[in-house]
Unconditional design. Structure first.
Length: 97
């Protein structure tokens, strides 16, 4: 038979689980634009690989000035990140970069 102390412990555990899930939801907030490092982490790839995909036009991305010289930093839209996860890389040269 389950006593009151066991029920209380289960309730405390459920509260901790709900709190942890809420924290995870906040961490996975959808952003409008992602850096190549963020895309690399989401896709489990190297940052260099994602930058190369951008440079080669395999991902639709835009350059943002970042103070590291005239090159800038690649940004990938949420829309294209979703397309990439669902459909894969574009054939080379289709992004218009």
């Amino acid at each position: 038979m389950i006593d009151t102390m066991q029920i209380d412990e289960v309730i405390r555990r459920l509260d901790r689980i709900e709190s942890a899930l809420a924290d995870l939801r906040l961490q996975r907030t959808v952003k409008e634009w992602y850096s190549t490092a963020e895309v690399a982490e989401i896709l489990n790839r190297a940052d260099y690989t994602v930058r190369e995909w951008c440079r080669q036009g395999r991902i639709r991305a835009k350059k943002k000035p970042c103070g590291r010289g005239k090159g800038g930093e690649w940004l990938v839209s949420h829309e294209d990140l979703t397309r990439l996860k669902n459909e894969g890389l574009l054939p080379p040269g289709l992004s218009g970069n």
